[in-house]
Write a protein that binds this ligand. Structure first.
Ligand SMILES: Cc1cc2nc3c(=O)[nH]c(=O)nc-3n(C[C@H](O)[C@H](O)[C@H](O)COP(=O)(O)OP(=O)(O)OC[C@H]3O[C@@H](n4cnc5c(N)ncnc54)[C@H](O)[C@@H]3O)c2cc1C
Length: 500
């Protein structure tokens, strides 16, 4: 039997035979826990953090070494079978969504910290290492790993690399791409290559830069060299409540205009304050219209002077409450509310969609008003949590999937929010990636020529398009197609594939 999928017309009998051959071969390479073929067990891996998309993978393998990753990738290349890498599965754009007729390569058993080189401020890890473990490993020596996604307790460094993940402290310290210096990669044909290294820069094209954020489409990272940084002398954290988001936003503008680059500036609106407080009791005032967390770090004397500035700005913008963390415990609690906000929204809505867009910081008040209008017009509630310093919005679009038509309206609102971001000179994603979810919005941001040019890079790494196929790019193009004006694909002509 043949089926049309986004990857082409697939002969199911043929692909199931290929998967059986790969599974048999993998049983000779991996231990018994490393090969999963039972349908019920395969279902464990059917989605990532974006649970609206689900596909049961044809086969799951859990390698423990680079050589084992190489063996499975080589087998896929030989058989022409697609594969998808998966870290902890916390992605929010469907990036690790499996392919039904493909292999899911789960990297959670590759979780060793291979080297800690303190004099050079480098740490080399396997891809399944959890983000927070890196800091935990080096903090006794006065260092830490700066990129801190809110999911840092569970997400993997491999996933962070693929998504170029950010976090609250990326305003001052930069995203994952600024902290990854070297990669060992298993290319889609099974070749192992080393890109970059411990040095800050290497001659030639920046292939590490190209790989970071490539969402699993260029191969599988099996070793990652990270840069760690010195813990600052002082950290000061302030929580301020305001009647409106405009007032909170005014503080952010004043602080940045005052030449201060805080370690983090996070904002939450009324709805997300309600949700976070109900979930973790961080002491957020329930009547606040907007909440601000500002963290400053650096030499004590500088932080003290800048902190006075921030406090003054909060008062000038009519803060109804200002609380300063007296110790680490209080600071952790202030952050706990913010870092739990996505999950906490489950307290006020049965279903929600985490949107991720970017705008220039100065457009913040106008964009928030337009998002509120979209919500009001459609009858869909939108809670806002965001990294205010770098204009990275996370509107949480709330809906009830059991109410007829509400999920569709929510999806429409979520899509329109991205159009608002683009109209204001922003982007369709800040840190969660394009994945499966947002590929349809890529043409809103890029021309056909732009997308074709991106394909040239992709095809240089993966000419057979086996590595995470069907993600990021809206239109299934074959490597070797001449870039240029779009020609109708035979599958499209046959009504079997859709061009977004
Ligand atoms: C509650 C919550 C809060 C979050 N907060 C943030 C946040 O503050 N900032 C942020 O940026 N993100 C955030 N995220 C999103 C998510 O945690 C990140 O995208 C994270 O980097 C995904 O890591 P993972 O290990 O779960 O990757 P997965 O979801 O397993 O995979 C993500 C992508 O990476 C690819 N991949 C995984 N491992 C490899 C590898 N070794 N080589 C090549 N490709 C690979 C996959 O194919 C997929 O495309 C949040 C998610 C949740 C659920």
């Amino acid at each position: 039997m043949s089926t049309a999928t986004q990857h082409g017309v697939v002969d199911q009998k043929d692909s199931s035979l290929k998967l059986k051959r790969i599974a048999a071969e993998m049983r000779t390479v991996l231990d018994v826990r490393g090969v999963v073929t039972e349908h019920e067990q395969l279902r464990t891996y059917e989605c990532d953090g974006l649970t609206g998309y689900r596909v049961v993978p044809g086969l799951v393998v859990l390698p423990e070494t680079t050589e084992q990753v190489q063996a499975v990738v080589r087998a896929c290349w030989r058989e022409g079978v697609p594969f998808v890498a998966r870290g902890s599965g916390t992605g929010l754009s469907g990036g690790a969504l499996p392919v039904a007729e493909g292999v899911l390569i789960v990297l959670t058993r590759m979780r060793r910290i291979l080297e800690v080189d303190l004099p050079n401020q480098r740490v080399i890890v396997e891809p399944g290492v959890i983000n927070l473990w890196v800091t935990q490993k080096v903090v006794p020596d006065g260092y830490y790993y700066a990129p801190d996604p809110s999911s840092q307790l569970v997400c993997s460094i491999g996933g962070n690399v693929a998504e170029n993940s950010g976090g609250a402290h990326c305003l001052k310290y930069g995203f994952t791409t600024n902290h990854v210096l070297g990669l060992e990669v298993v290319l889609p044909d099974g070749e192992i290559v080393n890109l970059g290294g411990k040095a800050l820069d290497t001659p030639g094209y920046d292939l590490v830069g190209a790989f970071v954020g490539s969402e699993g489409t260029l191969g599988i990272a099996t070793k990652i060299t990270l840069r760690i940084v010195r813990k600052p002398e002082t950290v000061q954290t302030l929580l301020a409540a305001f009647d409106s988001m405009d007032e909170a936003g005014g503080v952010v503008s004043d602080v940045i205009a005052g030449g201060i680059v805080p370690a983090a500036v996070e904002m939450m609106d009324h709805l997300s304050i309600q949700a976070a407080e109900a979930a973790v009791h961080a002491g957020y005032p329930l009547d606040a219209g907007g909440l601000l967390i500002v963290e400053l770090d650096g030499p004590a004397a500088e932080v003290e002077r800048q902190f006075e500035f921030v406090e003054r700005a909060c008062k000038q913008h009519n803060a109804s409450m200002i609380r300063i963390a007296a110790n680490d415990e209080e600071r952790v609690l202030m952050w706990k509310g913010r870092k739990s906000a996505f999950a906490a929204v489950g307290r006020i809505s049965p279903d929600y969609y985490v949107q991720d867009g970017v705008i220039p910081r100065t457009a913040l008040p106008q964009v928030l008003r337009e998002i509120a209008d979209l919500g009001a017009k459609s009858g869909i509630r939108v809670a806002n949590v965001f990294h205010a310093g770098d204009g990275n919005l996370h509107p949480l679009v709330l809906y009830d999937g059991d109410v007829e038509g509400e999920a569709e309206r929510a999806e429409h609102v979520a899509g329109e929010i991205l159009s608002v971001c683009l109209r204001h000179g922003g982007s369709i994603t800040g840190e969660h990636g394009v994945g499966e979810d947002k590929k349809k919005y890529m043409p809103r941001m890029f021309t056909t020529e732009d997308l074709d040019t991106m394909q040239l890079l992709r095809c240089a790494f993966d000419p057979l398009r086996l590595s995470n196929p069907g993600k990021v790019f809206p239109t299934p193009r074959l490597c070797g197609e001449v870039p240029g004006h779009h020609r109708t694909h035979p599958l499209e002509r046959a009504g079997l594939a859709e061009i977004f």
